[in-house]
Design a protein around this ligand. Structure first.
Ligand SMILES: Cc1cc2nc3c(=O)[nH]c(=O)nc-3n(C[C@H](O)[C@H](O)[C@H](O)COP(=O)(O)OP(=O)(O)OC[C@H]3O[C@@H](n4cnc5c(N)ncnc54)[C@H](O)[C@@H]3O)c2cc1C
Length: 335
């Protein structure tokens, strides 16, 4: 069904009020293609969404908003050690993780409880607790929004990076991801190296997939605000990656700062620490603010507008730059 002037408040976890000129939830590739070739939408801007957990609507969207609702999971191959699963873009991400864990297939358990849909998972290469979706992706299928043709690209072609992929670069706004194929392990190797996870599991002897999933869900529930209770989009900014010598000299000046390794002579600095040092943690500005327990999470109180959030994000970004000469970039997609 195609809806006109669709209210988006319940379709974005920030809970911002905005409308889409047109909205549709096609359930298969054929329906997506017939929607795209519908003359009503010719030349119109198209935006694809899943659960809206990484989207900030700054204003009404005057185009066609498509939420692919493909929900099948198929085993496409298997060998002694691995199983290959082709999952539809519309499946809730955590439902997919639970599906894998229930069958004893490892690889995505550390990504438990991340909001969103399977189709969005490769876009920013979702990651948490020492894992990224790139660790298990085999290929991503999509429809090209210019030619309406089907394509499949391999994991290497996705050019995954930290919260990054080709879908945020050359293919930004040019595709509708329809399916993602994953390779899961039949002999999972538990990754409990992340300190919070190790602590949570300290009383568990030989933890398995269920234990890791439960530990991570428990940690996330404690640490992150529930969008059902207070509007948010998880981490608003990416952790900046800076040359290692800059990170080390900042750490020497600030012994409480923890830095993390990044590839080829770079280090990752927690954006939350930078924001906290600038005095924003727990502060409210009108209808928006910075969460009291997690400085990386900007929150939208009832009545907040996208513009208020963008203003707050800009003043945080400027303060961090003025104090540390480090640029922080939003992780959230601003529409
Ligand atoms: C409380 C909370 C905690 C979070 N924790 C984490 C975390 O630990 N790690 C992490 O990486 N992220 C985290 N996030 C961010 C978010 O969950 C992920 O970015 C998620 O993948 C977004 O999925 P979505 O379906 O909601 O995508 P949306 O927000 O709807 O869209 C996100 C982007 O992907 C594009 N997109 C969506 N679906 C498709 C598709 N089928 N084809 C093409 N493009 C598409 C959109 O156009 C947009 O640019 C968190 C968010 C919240 C609210």
């Amino acid at each position: 069904m195609i809806t006109e002037n669709k209210e988006l408040k319940k379709l974005n976890t920030l809970g911002l009020k905005a409308k889409a000129r047109w909205y549709a939830q096609p359930a298969d590739v054929t329906s997506i293609k017939s929607l795209l070739s519908d003359t009503r939408f010719k030349g119109m801007q198209i935006l694809v969404t899943g659960s809206g957990s990484n989207l900030l609507y700054s204003k009404d969207f005057n185009g066609l908003l498509i939420r692919p609702d493909i929900t099948s999971i198929t085993v496409t191959g298997e060998d002694e050690n691995s199983v290959y699963l082709r999952a539809g873009a519309g499946i809730n991400w955590d439902t997919f993780v639970a599906y894998c864990v229930d069958r004893g297939w490892g690889g995505v358990e550390n990504l438990s409880h991340i909001p969103g849909c399977v189709g969005a998972s490769p876009v920013q290469n979702i990651g948490a607790y020492g894992s990224e979706v790139a660790d298990t992706v085999v290929c991503v299928e999509f429809i090209d929004l210019e030619t309406y043709t089907d394509h499949s690209i391999s994991k290497d072609e996705c050019r995954f990076g930290y919260r990054d992929s080709i879908f945020k670069r050359e293919l930004k706004s040019k595709t509708i991801i329809t399916y993602v194929t994953f390779c899961l392990s039949k002999f999972p190797v538990i990754n409990a190296n992340y300190s919070d996870v190790a602590t949570e599991l300290s009383g568990v002897k030989n933890p398995g997939l269920y234990d890791v999933r439960k530990a991570i869900i428990d940690i996330r529930k404690r640490k992150l605000p529930d969008p059902e209770v207070i509007g948010n989009a998880g981490s608003f900014f990416k952790n900046p990656v800076v040359p290692e010598n800059i990170a080390i000299s900042l750490q020497n000046e600030n012994p409480t700062l923890k830095i993390f390794p990044a590839p080829s002579g770079f280090s990752k600095i927690p954006a939350a620490w930078l924001i906290e040092q600038c005095g924003y943690k727990g502060k409210r500005f009108g209808n928006v603010g910075v969460h009291p327990n997690q400085a990386l999470v900007l929150v939208a109180y009832e009545g907040a507008t996208g513009e208020e959030l963008i203003n707050l994000a800009n003043s945080i970004k400027n303060s961090v730059f003025d104090k540390f000469k480090i640029e922080i970039e939003p992780e959230v997609n601003i529409v």
